[in-house]
Design a protein around this ligand. Structure first.
Ligand SMILES: C[S@@+](CC[C@H](N)C(=O)[O-])C[C@H]1O[C@@H](n2cnc3c(N)ncnc32)[C@H](O)[C@@H]1O
Length: 231
């Protein structure tokens, strides 16, 4: 089960995000979009999906929004609690593959830093998009930082399926994941969100004893008004 694999990862630390204390490149992008975030007139609360050890939380706090971190693994949440201190940040253990345990319209911003890769099936991703839309206020923003098929570590691990999905199996972590293009994710989220900005990040990185040229992308989507919920 992937939750056990993630619990193990937070002991073995083979992925940089499980040991890195610096915020990810995605956080730089988010910082540039703080004015758009500030314009959302909604509840002053942010949800970070797959928050891990909470290394992006300091940057997220700059948005001025109260932080709720969610992860399905227990071990990283303990680390996040230590990192965030006894302050107001709330941490919740729950899966992105189920209904989100939050009320409708509770957040102005939902973020996912290298966690959407774990939702590999189109239907589950569409369902997650609907859930994220539900917990966002009207005009709310959804941000993701994610691995792309051109990423130098994952490229040789890609097993493209008949439907063109770039699935990966990493023999170091035993994790099955999926890498995405911005357009692919935007199409899956299209009923719930409109893309407002995106970017690409290329950088060298040491992983599993080798240096790899990484390529990740960011996307910022805005909640679409619609008939299935608040406008
Ligand atoms: C690569 S780590 C990123 C952690 C953190 N966002 C960061 O940037 O440091 C992916 C995180 O997603 C979590 N995760 C994986 N699948 C999940 C799921 N179905 N529901 C909730 N969290 C999940 C893992 O436990 C892990 O903490």
């Amino acid at each position: 089960m992937s939750r056990d694999l993630w619990e193990r990862e937070y002991v073995t630390h083979s992925i940089s995000s499980s040991t890195n204390t610096r915020p990810s490149h995605g956080a730089d992008f988010l910082r540039r979009h703080l004015p758009s975030i500030a314009r959302v007139a909604g509840p002053p609360r942010l949800l970070d999906l797959g928050c891990g050890g909470g290394r992006n939380a300091a940057v997220l706090a700059e948005t001025g929004l109260a932080i709720v971190g969610m992860d399905f693994a227990h071990r990283p949440l303990l680390a996040a609690r230590t990192r965030l201190g006894p302050g107001p940040a709330r941490l919740v253990q729950a899966s992105m593959k189920a209904s989100l345990p939050f009320r409708t319209g509770a957040f102005s911003l939902v973020t996912a830093f290298t966690s959407l890769e774990n939702v590999t099936e189109d239907d589950r991703l569409r369902a997650l998009g609907r859930e994220v839309r539900r917990v966002l206020c009207p005009g709310g923003l959804f941000f993701a930082y994610f691995l792309t098929p051109e990423d130098g570590y994952y490229l040789p691990l890609i097993d493209r399926d008949r439907d063109g999905r770039n699935l990966t199996f990493d023999p170091v972590t035993d994790l099955r994941q999926r890498v995405y293009q911005v357009a692919e994710l935007s199409a899956l989220f299209a009923p719930s969100f409109t893309l407002v900005a995106s970017d690409r990040f290329d950088f060298p990185d040491v992983r599993s004893g080798g240096v790899h040229q990484r390529r990740l992308a960011t996307a910022l989507w805005q909640r679409r008004p619609g008939a299935d919920g608040p406008a």
